[in-house]
Design a binder for this molecule. Structure first.
Ligand SMILES: [Zn+2]
Length: 126
């Protein structure tokens, strides 16, 4: 849910800005820019989940109004959390698959993290 509310996460625009993607494109539908708003309100890939959430909460949702709706009702909070978990776990799984693909663009491949390199330096020599 934090990824969706902050627009910092598995979204093409964010990953492109962080130089993890060669473009801002949505890998699900091919739209030129993938953002949290695109994922929630526009991407046809998640239409069913979005419609289910709207039917459950009985209101016309938009990203700007969703925080107020979540704060008014524990049921709405849980429904939004479930919705976000479902979508973001699928987007993250797709991202990991792209990172592990040996034919992927070099920007997309998994990088050894700084934390892992620092930890390796602390280990005694073999
Ligand atoms: Zn899309």
């Amino acid at each position: 849910m934090v990824q969706i509310l902050t627009d910092h996460g598995c979204f093409g625009k964010y990953l492109h800005r962080r130089q993890r993607e060669e473009s801002s494109m949505c890998h699900e539908c091919g739209a030129p820019v993938d953002t949290a708003r695109h994922t929630l309100e526009e991407c046809p890939t998640w239409e069913l989940q979005w419609a289910t959430l709207q039917a459950k909460l009985g209101v016309d949702l938009s990203l700007p109004s969703i925080v107020n709706i979540m704060l008014d009702s524990e049921e709405a909070w849980k429904a939004m959390a479930t919705f976000c978990d479902e979508i973001m776990s699928q987007k993250e799984a797709a991202e990991r698959a792209h990172e592990n693909d040996p034919d992927a663009h070099p920007l997309r491949r998994r990088r050894a993290g700084g934390r892992a390199r620092r930890y390796a330096r602390l280990l005694p020599p073999p």
